[in-house]
Design a binder for this molecule. Structure first.
Ligand code: GLU
Length: 447
């Protein structure tokens, strides 16, 4: 049986880093198995779902390089949920309820007060046909619950958490349909997983108890449940569940200059026993992906680690990868010279500006100006830029002529030529600046 996974966001907001991680892992799981990865838009909540978020989800996944092999949308599949609902109704697995939200809240409080788990008491099952008819005659439409089978424990072998077991009597019969006929998440997800041939459901551990309920739904619909795996949740670097992570999404990463490869490499490995490394080739990450590496402790998302990874990623990117994002006129030599000095691609612009000029060098004292005048004369002579390595030719000749060495030799030259105290290797930078411009800069500094 080939593998099919799905990422099932509700389009009620932008994807945050936790969703992105779930999407990535589902994509990797499918990719590793040579299977399919579906994007399923869980938009049964008409009030909160928005088309603009659907569009943003697609764009965000594309930016990450996570292209789905198919896309489904729950709002176009309502008749499938209706059909499943009818089947469950015929077999007595769903039942109508009339409690108001306030009544339910009161029941909950009373149970909690008695030290009982706050689960639904199934009072609606006690209603007679006449009771129900009376409520409906009053104009109260029922909402519907799925009736859990209390006879046997619900068990599954979780791909990350290992053997799981739930006592169904400790769970509430879940509401699956609202009084207005609209669907809650629980049943449509199962219907889709069955009809779309989903073999593996990989999601956050906040869904563990949903899984227990959904396993009974699969069975009630005469379908074999898929494999389930639940990942430990993401926490901030400080180890706490952070509010910030709930709003941190692709837009902000982009603005900060985070490369998708860096985010992917980090999210692929945090929370696993494998080291986080600057691996830009997605196939390498996919090949090493295995649920067996996932731990049960929360995965720490450290923004500092992401920054370091981003820099390491840029330092290995080939010119072709970044070409379309570089300043005009910047070629592969320019990229090779500058890339070791940047931690985001945005910083390239400043360094390239230093290459192309104009620059604003600091003032120099008389002695240094004399030294720089000597440098200008050497450059004007023509031999420096005729050499294979103009920087070596220039500094060697100056060393011999002046006896200067180390910082006294290199720093004034760097300052005169770049207006900076540090930066990319001058051996690579000087040929980019070029003979004429270098001469102008030295003469001006010596001025
Ligand atoms: N729409 C659900 C969510 O975003 C999907 C959960 C699932 O993967 O089944 O939580």
């Amino acid at each position: 049986m080939s593998v099919t996974t799905r990422f099932a966001p509700s389009p009620t907001g932008r994807l945050h880093v936790g969703n992105i991680r779930t999407a990535l892992h589902n994509w990797m799981l499918a990719r590793k198995a040579g299977g399919r990865f579906l994007l399923r838009i869980d938009d049964t909540d008409e009030q909160r779902s928005r088309e603009e978020y659907v569009a943003a989800i697609r764009t965000d996944l594309a930016w990450l390089g996570l292209h789905p092999d198919g896309e489904e949308c729950q709002s176009t599949r309502l008749q499938h949920y209706e059909a499943a609902f009818e089947r469950l109704r015929e077999t007595g697995r769903v039942y109508p309820c009339f409690e108001t939200a306030q009544e339910l809240e009161l029941k909950r409080k009373i149970r909690l007060g008695r030290g009982l788990p706050p689960i639904y008491d199934r009072a609606a099952l006690e209603l007679s046909g006449a009771d129900r008819a009376a409520r409906e005659a009053e104009g109260v439409a029922p909402h519907w619950r799925f009736m859990l089978d209390h006879d046997a424990p619900i068990a599954w072998d979780d791909g990350i958490r290992g053997a799981q077991q739930f006592d169904p009597a400790q769970l509430s019969d879940p509401v699956i349909r609202r009084a207005d006929g609209s669907w809650l998440y629980m049943l449509p997800s199962v219907v889709d997983d069955i009809e779309m041939g989903v073999t593996d459901v990989l999601r956050g551990e906040d869904h563990v108890s949903n899984t227990a309920v959904q396993i009974q739904m699969f069975t009630a619909l005469h379908a074999a449940p898929p494999r389930f795996a639940h990942e430990a949740l993401l926490t901030g670097a400080e180890g706490k569940l952070s509010k910030r992570l709930g709003s941190l999404g692709v837009d902000e990463f982009r603005q900060r200059g985070t490369e998708p490869e860096a985010l992917v490499a980090l999210l692929a490995r945090i929370g696993t026993s494998q080291p986080v490394e600057a691996i830009a080739q997605i196939d390498t990450l996919v090949a090493s992906f295995d649920l067996a590496h996932f731990g049960r402790a929360p995965a720490r998302f450290d923004e500092g680690e992401l920054e370091r990874l981003n820099a390491a990623m840029l330092h290995q990117f080939a010119f072709e990868r970044v070409q379309h994002e570089l300043p005009q006129g910047m070629d592969a030599r320019g990229w090779d010279a500058i890339r070791p000095n940047i931690s985001t691609l945005g910083e390239v612009r400043d360094w390239w500006q230093i290459v192309t000029g104009p620059i604003d060098p600091p003032p120099f004292d008389d002695e240094t100006r004399g030294f720089l005048a000597g440098a200008a004369r050497l450059v004007a002579g023509g031999s420096v830029f005729a050499a294979d390595d103009p920087w070596h030719a220039l500094t060697n000749a100056l060393k011999e002529a002046t006896g200067r060495k180390g910082k006294a030799l290199f720093l004034p030259l760097r300052q005169a030529l770049t207006a900076m105290d540090h930066g990319p290797d001058m051996k690579q930078l000087l040929p980019l600046i070029g003979g004429e411009e270098a001469l102008r800069r030295l003469q001006r500094a010596a001025g």
